[in-house]
Design a protein around this ligand. Sequence first.
Ligand code: NAI
Ligand code: DG6
Length: 503
Amino acid sequence: MQVVVNSPNVEYTNKYIISKYDYQYVEAQKEESSIAVNTLTEKLMFRTQRKVPKLGVMLVGWGGNNGASFTAALIANKLKLSWTTRKGNQDANWFGSVTQASTVRIADEVHVPMSHLLPIVDPNNLIIDGWDISALDLAAALKRSEVFPPDLVEVLKPHMEKRKPRAAIFNQDYVAENQKSRADNVLNGSKLDQVKTIMDDIEEFRNQWKLDEVIVLWTATTERFTSIVEGINDTAENLSKAIKSNYKDISPSTLYAYAAISKGCTYINGSPQNTFVPGLIELAEEKKVFIAGDDFKSGQTKLKSVLVDFLVSAGIKPVSIVSYNHLGNNDGRNLSAPEQFRSKEISKSNVVDDMVASNSILYKPGEKPDHVVVIKYVPYVGDSKRAMDEYISEIMMGGHNTLVIHNTCEDSLLAAPLILDLVLLAELFSRIEVKKLESEDAEYTKLHPVLSVLSYLCKAPLVPKGTPIVNSLFRQRACIENILRACTGLPPETNMTLEHKVP
Ligand code: NAI
Ligand code: DG6
């Protein structure tokens, strides 16, 4: 059920939804004893292509816990599967997906699924493929993950066993030593050969299914960070040269992303490593191909980006945040190595910075709460991750407020719906164009290639150079919702509800 807005500012043509929109924003300059503020209005025209493409997604790390769980969920939802649990029958669903399972308020008591605001790909029509360094077929990978109950795994088996991951780019130097035994499905040859194979794979997948669009998403093992080296990965040209000369320190994830961008495919990074070295970002900008990342914001960090926002915006001062996790899946195994843990520690740690910096009453310039992140590998708990957090805050007159949170949850069942949202929203935002009405010869352009509107789904949001990073979950969600509303011709959700307050 699509939302149809009756307004002089909206036009529905066969091809587009066109919406005229006054974007009001503020510029401010801090002066010695005052703040000079200008309110500005930009007259914009949004245009969203109505035709939804036939979309394919290629997962890097397809046979991992997230990849197998996502594939299983896709099939189970498409087939409307139901299975028996100790509590009775369980139907397939997409709980945890903002596009499939959350709603947007249109008017009092009228809420619609977010997916009804603008035409968006139906998950049931999504085609999936991918690569993995482990050759296990997807049915066996699902069993290995120990995420779903055996009954469901058996029902899914005939739908998954023919799906086999393509041979992958592998470099032991980037992941923990303990991942070596998994690598029985890897590409040989130079870096350039490997990039070409990945590009051929994308082309083959596109042709096989007659796809209009292919998105490549990394849900593979967390890599260590790559050094940024002048002359190697600092520009698009240098990165191309480095690949051609088989330079040793180029991560597999950068090679996949390079291949995807070269094929014009959106690339999304679901892990913390710095895949997007400056040269790669430049390449995406040059080719006008979308990129997004980094690291799925699934559980502990998602809550942190709500809780710290709540505390700081309530005038309460978090002074110590200690986040402890233990998990027993292969992700936890890999993160037990120092360099891979360090990548995750970085992406989990920066999430409070903007909220802390926003309140100069609580924090002096540069002051931050103590913030410690611990991850331990405990095989027995498998994919059922434990996250324990302690937040100590200063309250009025020297008082202290300590919050302790214990969260137990299947890690992959939080991540799989985020994979769906990242893919569907990245595709939708790629169909949105905008033009500034007041500039001469205005032409429609796509959004910036660094798709920061997907920050809601990422622990360490990648944003265009020089633009602010927003970590607060509700601000991030409001950003998605309000852009979709603008394209539909709806006003932004201000929550003022003045219609009930002004007599
Ligand atoms: P996993 O270890 O079960 O799966 C990763 C898969 O990637 C494995 O099957 C492995 O064989 C494969 N792989 C490794 N290197 C590869 C390469 N170069 N090319 C192709 N495949 C490769 O891990 P899981 O639990 O599925 O997580 C995947 C990633 O998502 C990890 O980096 C994790 O840190 C990240 N993540 C997971 C979240 C969650 O809630 N589950 C949240 C945030 C990030
Ligand atoms: C240990 O924290 C393993 C990680 O891969 C996390 O499970 C994952 O990054 C999710 O983290 P968070 O903070 O979003 O729950």
